[in-house]
Every structure is written in C-alpha cells, then in structure tokens.
Design a protein around this ligand. Sequence first.
Ligand SMILES: C[S@@+](CC[C@H](N)C(=O)[O-])C[C@H]1O[C@@H](n2cnc3c(N)ncnc32)[C@H](O)[C@@H]1O
Length: 451
Amino acid sequence: MKLPSGYEDFLLGQFPADLVNRLLDALDNSVSLRHAVFHRQTLESWNLSNPEFLPLHKNDRLCNGAFFARDFVFAHCPGYYSGLYYPQEASASEVVSLLPENLNLVLDLCAAPGGKSIQLSHKLSADGSLVSNEIVPKRAKILSQNLERAGILGRVVTSMSPTELSSIFGPIFDAVLVDAPCSGEGMFRKDPQTISEWSQNQVEVCVARQKEILQSAAKLVSEGGYLLYSTCTFNWYENEGQIKIFLESHPEFYAEKFLQLWPFEVEGEGHFACLLRKSENRQKPNLRPVKPISSPTIPELPSEVQKYLEARGSIHQGRGGIWFYPKRIQPFLPFSQALSFCQEPGVLIVDSGSKPSVSHALALVLPEGIWPDTLTLKDEQVFQFLRGETLATDLSHGCKQILWRNLPLGFGRQIPGRLQNLVPKGLRTFVPRTNLPARPIVRGLSQTQSP
Ligand SMILES: C[S@@+](CC[C@H](N)C(=O)[O-])C[C@H]1O[C@@H](n2cnc3c(N)ncnc32)[C@H](O)[C@@H]1O
C-alpha cells in the first residue's frame, strides 16, 4: 500500500519504532474483513439454526459480533432488511461495550451511519431513550433509515451541531458517545481515498474539531455520567493527546477505561476509545414532566395492537398521521420545539396519506405475535416482497404483518387473488432476482474459529 508521504516519520515522532513497523506491516499486508453485529437475536441462536443464510465465524478478541465468510454478500440476505444484523467494521464494534448496562438517557453525538447507535440501543434500560444526532442532514437521513430498519423503538434522530444540542439539553445524559470525525488512518486499507486526503494539516483540523465537539459533549453529561470518546485513527494527537487536553481543562472528568485496538493485533482496522466519567458532586437537573396525551380509537389498528402500544407509551395525532411515543422517548418531548429532528421522534403508526394505512415502521417495531394476522414467507418469496412486488396469494382478506422466519419485513394487504405490497416505494430494494446465497457455504460456529 502506498501510504501518504511523511506518514511513517509522523508516526515515528509519536510511537516506538517497533510499534510503527508492526503497524505499517499490518497496513501493507492484511486484508480488511467484514463483520456483523447482531441486533434482533443473538448470533448463536441465529447461526446455529440458519447457517446457510449467514456464514460466519467468531474471534476471541473481537467479541461483539462475528465475521462474514469472504464471499458472503450481506445485501443478499433477508436478515439485513429485517434488522437482524448490521454490518459494522470489527474493531469499531468493540467501543460501545466499554459502557455499563441499563442506561436511561443516552446521546450519540456523531451518529451516522448508525452502527454504534444500534449497539447503544442494547445498553438502554427497559424505558431508556437514545438520541442519535448527525450534523450532516443527508447522513442523518441514512442514520434514520438504518435505525428504522433495526426496529429501534425509543429512537430520536436529530440533525444539529453539538453546540446547539448542549444549549438545549444541558447536562441530562447518563452517557454521551463522541465517535469523532477523524483523519481515518484506520480506513487506509478499506478506503484508498482516506490515503489521498491524509495530511498533517488535516490531522490538525481534526484535532481542533474534536476538541470543540468534546467541549459541547462535556456540557451534556449528567453528574456521574459517562463520556465515551472514540476514533478510527492511530495518531497520538487525536487519541491520547486529545484526552490529555480534555482532562486538563475538565477536572470534573476522569478516565475510567481505555481501548486501543491495533490492526496487527486484531482482525479489524483498529480503533481507539476512552471512557471518561463525570464526578458526582452536584444535584441532577430535573426534567420537565411530559403532558399526557389522550389516545384516539384507531380504526386501522386491531384493538390488541392498540392496547400493546398504549401499555408502552402514548398515541396521538401528529404530522402526517397517528404517532406512537414510546415511554422511553417522552423525556425528550419537552425539548421538541427547540430540536431540529431529522425524523419526528416516535413511530408513525398510521400514515394519513390519501387513504389512511398502517405504516411500514409499525410493522418493523412489532415483535412476532402482536399483530393478529401474519404471513410467513418462504425463502424464495422474500426478495419478491422486498422488491415491492405483489404475491399471488389466496388468504383471508385484510392487512398482514409479513415475516421471514420470525423477523418482520413489512405489511401486505390481501385483496382478491393477490397480496398488495405495502412496503413504501423508497424502501424497496433493487436486488437482482437470483441472489439468495447458495447453500454450500456452511461454516457453523462449531466448525470455525478465527483463521
Ligand atoms: C466516525 S463518523 C460516526 C460513525 C458512527 N458513530 C457509526 O458508528 O456509524 C463521524 C460522524 O461525525 C460527523 N461530523 C462531522 N463534523 C462534525 C461536527 N463538527 N460535529 C459533530 N459531528 C460531526 C460526520 O458527518 C460523521 O457522520
């Protein structure tokens, strides 16, 4: 690999020669592997029962997911569309595990495209909420789609600057993740453009931007709360150096854990993370209470589904239709006038459109067994459905939640002779017709370890 000019000397100014040599060798010799983080089910339960769809192997050091077989095309697996898993760079998937479990209010400050937000959603308490923010509006849209596909209930997606968010919320979050924009030295093997864009000047620009983001992030962390900082770069200035400067100007924080993954040690591109904690010495601010919203009767929803939702939050008429606000996002509603959301918080459950209809998002957040009428597709029908095609079916009339295995894919409505496809046009996939993975690529967990 042709590294940026001056890169080796730049590293030698920061690290021992032996470490630099091992790093440069790794950048030159190894290939980048693809990795899956499981969202809806555990890897073990999925892989053991469905090895033909997702050939994977595990690695002892990177334990938050598993690697795809090299010839596996994730976009050809229906599990991708039902949020079963999210493809994420292997070492990036370790960062969130530094945080404790059962967090109530979490903010992912630099969140697109959303891999770490999906992982953060697993760290929430039963009623916990996650705000995922992405400053670039186009990327915020992709973030929002990825979180929707994952069926995350308590998601709030905003597109604002860290400074704006800190002035709106103040110190209310149990945990704030700053997965910072960085010079991306860990992306050299995956994305040659990062090599051409790298320069010492760009590192300085990144350091200044990260410093500014951290200043705002610090104002958003509650007393006793966590600030998790990470980058996918190797240089000292954006990693330990950045933490050193931060701690010097923020004596209320202390460093609790570090994670440094080098590409010569793991089957991944490398990552840096540091978990900081804010000392607990002042009173936590109280959030304003949320006004209760009365639930209307909703003709498009079966009564048991409405009851299921009402037990978990509140339903109200909003922009574009009827919305469900899970309990876990309610702490953010008092701020909703001030926030600039990428997508309204909550889940649109009935799209008012020209003819009111249940929304796709509702199909994705309802676990199997709640919607009374379901249709489980055969493997060969899945992509026909995801492409938005109608299926020739002769079932009882009405709206059905469409499942693949036990995962939700969307809604379909039986009309005479066929199943009308209710997947919105913008979310239909364009995968070719003969693309389900061939059966022979079976590498069960019991047979494979890291190569
Ligand atoms: C490393 S990426 C985040 C990846 C994400 N955490 C994930 O796991 O998918 C950094 C993000 O920070 C955003 N960003 C760039 N400049 C920023 C700024 N000044 N403040 C906040 N975020 C910024 C970028 O647009 C980018 O999406």
